[in-house]
Design a protein around this ligand. Structure first.
Ligand code: GAR
Length: 205
């Protein structure tokens, strides 16, 4: 019997990371399936990308809920209705509450455009340029209750040029995001990622 590793992807915008997961995992014979894409914003390009690949989409607009718990319960209803193995935050720009994190930990991962623990939160590439670092990059990590503070699974470094703009640096980092996020999902689907306290051990054999 083939066991399918079922993934839910949460997005807020253009969804280029979602597209990389679709291209590298979902439509290949990988035993990995994106069961649903959930966006907190309607009419974003990421939703169109999912629909173009016949993936179920949901818009759960945070503005329509008085309390964040009600908003998150709606997302939980969608996810639990589909026996999801992994929740991927791919450009999802809303913080999740401790209630949501506790409910799923350690089944949520996030992609962030800096070498954490440097530059968590919003505008990571701008933060890196403002600080003047010579190397930045991207990080895939488990999501815990802090902001971009969970155990680090994989990182890739990118050299920062003296003439880089937010745009040029973001583009170079994004190229690597598109590689490491699918790589991590694949490793998780193969049960090759072990978490010991906050140290992640990858069995890459
Ligand atoms: C990506 O660079 C992702 O790392 C970042 O938003 C972008 C989304 O692009 N996420 C964060 O900053 C989360 N803190 P995409 O919608 O094209 O995948």
């Amino acid at each position: 019997m083939i066991i399918i590793f079922k993934v839910a992807v949460l997005i807020s915008g253009k969804g280029s990371n979602l597209q990389s997961i679709i291209d590298r995992l979902h439509i290949k014979n990988n035993n990995i399936e994106i069961k649903c894409v959930i966006s907190n914003n309607k009419d974003v390009l990421g939703l169109k990308r999912a629909k173009d690949s016949d993936i179920c989409t949901y818009t759960v607009n945070d503005c329509n809920y008085k309390k964040s718990k009600e908003y998150e319960k709606e997302i939980i209803n969608i996810i639990d209705g589909q026996s999801i193995d992994l929740i991927v935050l791919a450009g999802y720009m809303r913080l999740l509450s401790p209630y949501f994190i506790d409910y799923y930990y350690p089944k949520i991962i996030n992609i962030h455009p800096s070498l954490l623990p440097s530059f968590p939160g919003l505008n990571a590439q701008q933060q890196a340029l403002d600080y003047g670092v010579k190397v930045s990059g991207c990080t895939v990590h488990f999501v815990d209750k802090g902001v971009d503070s969970g155990p680090i699974i994989k990182q890739k470094a990118v050299v920062v040029d003296s003439n880089d703009t937010v745009n040029s640096l973001s583009k170079r980092i994004l190229k690597d995001e598109h590689k490491i996020l699918p790589e991590v999902i694949k490793l998780l689907s193969l049960n090759k990622v072990k978490l010991k306290n906050r140290t992640v051990i990858i069995e890459e054999r």
